[in-house]
Design a protein around this ligand. Structure first.
Ligand code: KG4
Length: 340
């Protein structure tokens, strides 16, 4: 069983042999946070508390197993919102102790990259991990299931965050990724079409680095100069997507070149974007690297099945129901060795 409560999804996944999904029960809090234009941590943790037991019951019911049949319980304990993490972790600890099952603390970002196992994709280590979500835009070198080093990160906003913030500027709901994609798809590119936005991070550098706060400023300036901007929303969304995805491509090519690894495993909510998937697949063919990502869009966003998959990979390391681990808002501050 995998338990995920790091942000605004309460999700329980039950997986057999690390490769077969028995049940995935997710409650998304989008409706609760929508009116606030972003996630309110206190609302998030209270909602996790209200839903988690019911979701566990539903997952067990759908899997057609008994709680005592579980081989292990894995739970996201980092990174994330502290109050939200606490709900999942305390629930997992209680379950593991009462059932006397191994308990496995999971890094949420590592878990995003192991869900491809459910689609029978088992990349060989080392590989490059590309994570594009509401909280992260980063590329990693993944040496083993729990050894993932950051190669490049964002200087400011994450990619999903940029979609969501631009969505607010354009009067869309939260989160706005899918709506921006749908609107961009209405634009048909004409010959000689010039982008509204300048290139992101223009200067030539070997560094793998993301930055998405500047394009937000460009959108604000464009809106100020063009009060009628809503009449040409598809073009604006199309150009926005192109600019932000250009930077993903440039960074990925830099990472492949500098690290010399030709397998990329991608995950995170923004990977649900079909334009991004198409661009990445074309890039992989052109530059001869393997691009692996979850085909099923529900596997891109936060879910308990990815936590169960990651737990499967780490089961040998955590054979006891020891509750001697805590939660952490970040990856960096978590000392894996002493807490494991
Ligand atoms: O991975 P995720 O569920 O949550 C975390 O951030 O941990 O990702 C959510 C993010 C949101 O920012 C949302 O706007 C974005 O993924 N997203 C998309 C699309 N669907 C979801 N971004 C671009 N295009 C999409 N189709």
């Amino acid at each position: 069983m995998g338990i995920e409560t790091s942000c605004d999804e309460t999700s329980i996944g039950i997986v057999k042999d690390g490769s077969h999904l028995l049940s995935l029960q997710t409650y998304s809090q989008i409706e609760l946070h929508n009116k606030h234009n972003g996630i309110v941590p206190e609302i998030a943790s209270r909602s996790h508390l209200e839903k988690i037991n019911t979701l566990i019951d539903l997952a067990i019911l759908e899997s057609n197993i008994k709680l005592k049949d579980l081989d292990y319980i894995s739970v996201t304990n980092r990174p994330g919102l502290l109050g939200s993490l606490l709900v999942g972790v305390q629930t997992a600890k209680a379950l593991a102790l009462s059932l006397n099952k191994p308990l496995i603390p999971i890094d949420h970002l590592e878990a995003h990259l192991s869900i491809v196992m459910l689609e029978n994709k088992f990349p060989e280590y080392p590989f490059l991990g590309l994570l594009l979500s509401g909280g992260n835009s980063a590329i990693f070198k993944v040496e083993s299931p729990d050894n993932m080093k950051t190669i490049g990160d964002t200087l400011d906003d994450a990619l999903g965050e940029a979609f969501d913030k631009v969505g607010i500027l354009l009067g869309m709901g939260y989160p706005a990724g899918a709506e921006i994609e749908r609107t961009a798809n209405m634009h048909s590119k004409q010959k000689g079409d010039v982008s509204i936005f300048p290139k992101i991070l223009k200067e030539k550098s070997d560094k793998v680095q993301f930055s998405y706060s500047g394009i937000k400023t460009s959108v604000i300036q464009h809106i100020k100069k063009n009060p009628e901007f809503k009449n040409k929303l598809p073009k604006l969304c199309y150009d926005f997507q192109n600019s932000v995805f250009d930077l993903v491509e440039r960074n990925l090519l830099k990472a492949i070149e500098s690290i010399g690894i030709k397998t990329v495993v991608a995950g995170g909510g923004v990977l649900a974007n079909t334009t991004l998937r198409d661009r990445m697949n074309k890039l992989a063919t052109k530059h001869n690297f393997q691009f692996i990502y979850p085909e099923k869009k529900i596997y891109c966003t936060d879910n308990g099945a990815m936590v169960a998959c990651q737990g499967f990979l780490l089961l040998q390391k955590y054979k006891t129901n020891s509750t001697d681990f805590s939660i952490s808002p970040s990856r960096e501050n978590y000392n894996y060795e002493t807490k494991a």
